[in-house]
Design a protein around this ligand. Structure first.
Ligand code: PEP
Length: 229
C-alpha cells in the first residue's frame, strides 16, 4: 500500500479548502482509501476541516502538545479531536527552520501525539552542506520511538523542497535502506515530487509527500492516478 500526502503549507483558505476537498473527493475513486492507497491532505491550521471524506484523510500540519489552554496562536489536541483528525505532521523542515523547533520540542510533540494514538508523519532530511547523511538522520531520529506502529517517516532533503531538484533515484534508495536499517517501517520521499517523477519514486518508497504540486486538487489527483495504475 502506498501513501500519497499533500502538504498545502500556508496556502488555501477556509473557503477554498472546501472546494479543494470536494473536488478531490469526486476525482478519487472510492477504492483509494485503506487497502490500495492512503491519501492524506494536510491543510493549514485555519483551514482544517472535518475528517469526513471517504476517499482521503485530513491531517494537521502541526499542533501544540496539549489538549487545550493558554498557548496563543496554537491549536491543541481538542481541536483535532473535534474534527476527527487522526494524522499529524511533526518535524517539517520549515517548522525547524522558521519556527525554531529543535529536536527537544519535536520529541515532546512526538511523545504527546504518540500517546494519543495519532498517525504521525515525521519529517526529516539534510541540507546540502551535510556530508554524513546517515549520522545526520540518526540524530534527527534520536530518542524517537521508531517502533511506534503508527509512524511514517518522510525523508525530505531540505535542498530539494520547492527547488524543482530531486536526488538521484539511487541516492533516495540508499537513504530508504538506511532508514529501514534503523527500523523504520514506512518511508516516504518528499521534495519536488511531481507528476513526472512520482511513479519512479514510489517504486522504491512507501509513497510521497507532495508540496507545491499538490496545491491544485486536479493536479494532486493526477499525481495520485499515476500510482493507482
Ligand atoms: C514539502 O515541503 O513537504 C514538500 C514536499 O514540498 P515541495 O513538494 O514543494 O518540494
Amino acid at each position: 500500500m502506498k501513501i500519497i500526502a499533500a502538504n498545502l503549507k500556508a496556502n488555501h483558505t477556509p473557503r477554498s479548502i472546501i472546494t479543494y476537498c470536494n473536488d478531490l473527493q469526486t476525482r478519487l475513486g472510492f477504492e483509494m482509501i485503506q487497502d490500495k492507497l492512503e491519501i492524506i491532505v494536510f491543510p493549514n491550521q485555519a483551514s482544517l476541516v472535518d475528517n469526513n471524506y471517504s476517499n482521503f484523510y485530513i491531517g494537521a500540519q502541526n499542533a501544540y502538545p496539549v489538549k487545550n489552554g493558554a498557548f496563543t496562536g496554537e491549536i491543541g489536541l481538542e481541536v483535532l479531536e473535534s474534527l476527527h483528525i487522526k494524522h499529524i505532521m511533526i518535524g517539517h523542515s520549515e517548522r525547524r527552520m522558521y519556527f525554531g523547533e529543535d529536536n527537544t520540542a519535536i520529541l515532546q510533540k512526538y511523545n504527546f501525539f504518540m500517546q494519543e494514538n495519532m498517525r504521525i508523519m515525521f519529517c526529516i532530511g539534510e541540507d546540502s552542506n551535510v556530508t554524513n547523511i546517515k549520522d545526520f538522520l540518526a540524530r534527527q531520529l534520536d530518542r524517537i520511538d521508531i517502533s511506534y506502529p503508527l509512524l511514517t517517516v518522510a525523508y525530505e532533503p531540505v535542498w530539494s523542497i520547492g527547488s524543482g531538484k530531486i536526488p538521484d533515484i539511487n541516492d533516495i534508495a540508499q537513504v530508504v535502506d538506511i532508514l529501514r536499517s534503523f527500523g523504520v517501517q514506512k518511508v516516504l520521499y518528499g521534495g519536488s515530487v511531481n507528476i513526472a517523477n512520482v511513479k519512479e519514486i514510489c517504486s522504491i518508497t512507501d509513497g510521497v509527500l507532495v508540496g507545491g504540486a499538490s496545491l491544485n486538487s486536479g493536479d494532486f489527483a493526477n499525481i495520485v492516478c499515476q500510482i493507482r495504475q
